[in-house]
Design a protein around this ligand. Structure first.
Ligand SMILES: NC(=O)c1ccc[n+]([C@@H]2O[C@H](COP(=O)([O-])OP(=O)(O)OC[C@H]3O[C@@H](n4cnc5c(N)ncnc54)[C@H](OP(=O)(O)O)[C@@H]3O)[C@@H](O)[C@H]2O)c1
Length: 287
């Protein structure tokens, strides 16, 4: 089982490479190997690869800079995955792509299901939604929407909060943004374990299409941070709740984007772990 992976150094890319097990090989492409702003290079990489499945973990993930650099965000988050999917379709290869809860406006009173209308409120969300639409034109495409990803790898909310809490006396954290954290290592294990199933599935199989992947439950940014730092003996910061508006960031954030994972559970038999357990375990491994 060989996976061609776009992205080598990012958080999820690293977690996938750490999750490989016997019988699975990941050929990871960095920016130097293939720049995602070059669709021809993407097509050439897919057509030339000796692989059974293509996975895209790379993206323009800088939510605030995306407001000032929409062309780059759309090139990397929409045109590039579209080119990957089209090249996979040429070869009949399955293509697995990652998207985000930021495709939603956050004005919901219940967790989002895959059929809810996506109405992104910032450039990053709009570019990721355009990517989903381009990718899903391929009948053997899989799009997993994930949210608030954390792991032992890369720069992420849990590692960042642990670092800040050791450096500062007071840590102001947004208490009016709600969502579902996603354990990047559980995601990586799921991707590696499911790859053979995707590779063997025919067009029309329910394993293809759009899915939400996240841990169980819902939390605020504030309680997410608290769970991350609570057990670190070197934490010196006191957490203080603040609002999203007080941060005045360039990109607006959707206020509430919990993801309902019922479809994932019924198609793949995957049971997500409660978010707090996964956050506490990851934080313990990081300190
Ligand atoms: N992290 C989250 O909380 C979160 C939440 C929801 C969805 N997601 C989605 O999950 C996926 C993985 O996210 P992540 O957290 O692993 O992201 P990440 O750590 O920011 O990694 C993104 C990777 O994309 C690469 N990249 C960016 N522009 C590129 C280009 N022009 N050519 C080639 N490579 C390029 C980066 O390479 P360089 O290192 O060279 O810049 C980096 O390795 C993305 O699709 C993201 O949208 C993430």
């Amino acid at each position: 089982m060989k996976i061609l992976q776009f992205g080598k150094t990012g958080q999820v890319a690293t977690a996938v490479q750490a999750a490989v097990r016997d019988g699975v090989e990941v050929i990871a492409l960095s920016r130097a190997d293939c720049d995602l702003e070059n669709p021809e290079a993407i097509r050439a990489a897919v057509l030339a690869a000796d692989c059974d499945l293509v996975l895209n973990t790379a993206a323009f993930t800088h939510v605030d800079p995306a407001e000032a650099r929409p062309d780059e965000a759309f090139a990397v988050n929409a045109t590039a995955p579209g080119a990957m999917a089209a090249a996979c379709a040429e070869r009949g290869l399955p293509f697995v792509h990652l998207s985000t809860d930021a495709v939603f406006d956050g004005l919901t009173d219940r967790p989002y299901v895959e059929t809810d209308e996506a109405r992104p409120i910032n450039v990053y969300g709009r570019s990721k939604l355009a990517g989903e639409q381009a990718v899903l034109a391929h009948p053997k495409a899989v799009v997993l929407r994930i949210s608030w990803v954390f792991s032992r790898y890369g720069r992420n909310y849990v590692s960042f909060m642990l670092k800040l809490a050791r450096e500062r006396e007071v840590l102001k954290v947004v208490a009016d943004q709600f969502g579902t954290p996603t354990d990047g290592e559980a995601l990586a294990a799921f991707l590696v374990a499911t790859a053979p199933r995707w590779a063997a599935a025919p067009v029309g199989d329910p394993v293809f299409g759009l899915f939400h992947f996240a841990n169980a439950g819902e939390t605020s940014r504030f309680d997410f941070a608290k769970a991350a730092i609570d057990r670190d003996p070197q934490t010196k910061a006191r957490l203080e709740p603040t609002t999203q508006a007080a941060f005045a960031e360039p990109a607006p954030r959707p206020p509430r984007t919990p993801l309902d994972t019922s479809k994932l559970q019924s198609v793949f038999g995957f049971t997500p772990e409660p978010w707090r357990l996964a956050v506490e375990r990851t934080a313990e491994r990081l300190v």
